[in-house]
Design a protein around this ligand. Structure first.
Ligand code: FE2
Length: 321
């Protein structure tokens, strides 16, 4: 088994990345010499771990492997303790066998998993996770530009929460107001972060907090909608408190690593700064709030201008008709 073999299964994008040099999907003949050509090792995010109840005998686990070139279904006979629970997605190095050379239709078989705590999840999120071009890569760049190791790792831990990992990129930012479409939450959050990032006269640690909070200020919306309606939890707590509650364990870890930074981030995400104008992060919170309002207002203005143009156009069509 070659531990440094690499894989690119989706879209046949050979050589797109250092770990994408083999095209799968080509015809592979089942002779005894071909097995070693179907074993690959590559960095990946491991998610969606579930037992396969349909399988007879000792049930394998089904799971998903994702890296910047795509996502693949896989099955494994490794135990759940070997690969961890599904409370958080995992980042590590997967060794797989592509049994039939048809990864689009057949699950890969995961034979070995090694966790890699040094690699940030953002390196492995495919750009295609968000339907709006450039959003994933720009969020990745912003997070990588955060100077504090502890805050960067906090951001990575938030995006390792399964719902955030997958749905942050596709959730809407509202039901029927601003950015109310697939990918709207990520696009709006990115816009607020970019606007907050250009705020003048802040120190570098404050800039880091601004970017992190701006990206996460609406993260609760990941859990706020179901079938186009507000969930009961969202109605009860509001999206801000909903997000804060879901991020508590990540905040606890940040507090353990850097108590001061943890307190400041907790003050922002809990919205304690909204209840006390003298709070030490009230100014930073106010900047993000201003950019949030600007982003929403700009969107609505553009939308109303667009619909005015369309109705003018229709009137013209009617007149000429
Ligand atoms: Fe917002």
């Amino acid at each position: 088994m070659r531990s440094d073999d690499t894989i690119s299964v989706k879209h046949h994008r050979a050589n797109a990345h250092a770990y994408s040099c083999v095209e799968i999907g080509r015809e592979v003949h089942m002779d005894s010499g071909s097995w070693k050509d179907r074993v690959f090792s590559f960095p990946a995010v491991l998610s969606n771990v579930e037992p396969d109840f349909d399988f007879g005998g000792k049930a394998p686990l089904t799971l998903q492997l994702t890296n910047s070139t795509g996502s693949w279904n896989a099955a494994t006979w490794l135990s759940i303790t070997d690969i961890g629970t599904d409370e958080m997605v995992r980042v590590g190095r997967a060794t797989i066998v592509d049994v039939r050379g048809d990864s689009a239709n057949e699950p890969l078989v995961l034979t070995h998993w090694r966790a890699d705590d040094q690699r940030l999840v953002f390196d492995l999120i495919p750009n295609e996770f968000c339907p709006i071009a450039g959003v994933v890569s720009q969020v990745r760049e912003l997070v990588c530009s955060i100077g504090s190791d502890a805050l960067r790792e906090f951001m990575a831990s938030v995006f390792m929460i399964p719902s955030v990992f997958r749905h942050f990129w596709t959730a809407p930012a509202s039901r029927a107001h601003h950015h109310a479409y697939v990918g709207g939450l990520a696009e709006h959050s990115l816009e607020v972060a970019v606007l907050a990032d250009v705020a003048r006269q802040v120190e570098s640690w404050q800039r880091d907090l601004l970017v992190a909070y701006a990206l996460l200020h609406d993260v609760g919306k990941v859990w706020a909608y179901k079938n186009g309606e507000l969930t009961g939890e969202a109605r009860r707590y509001g999206h801000e408190q909903l997000g804060y509650r879901r991020l508590c364990s990540c905040l606890d870890t940040l507090c353990a690593v850097d108590p001061n930074l943890g307190d400041l981030m907790t003050g922002l995400l809990s919205c304690a700064w909204k209840r006390d104008y003298r709070h030490q992060v009230a100014t930073l919170g106010g900047i993000v709030r201003a950019m949030d309002r600007f982003s929403a207002a700009r969107f609505m203005e553009c939308a109303s201008r667009r619909s005015a143009c369309e109705s003018d156009h229709h009137s013209f069509d009617d007149a000429t008709w």
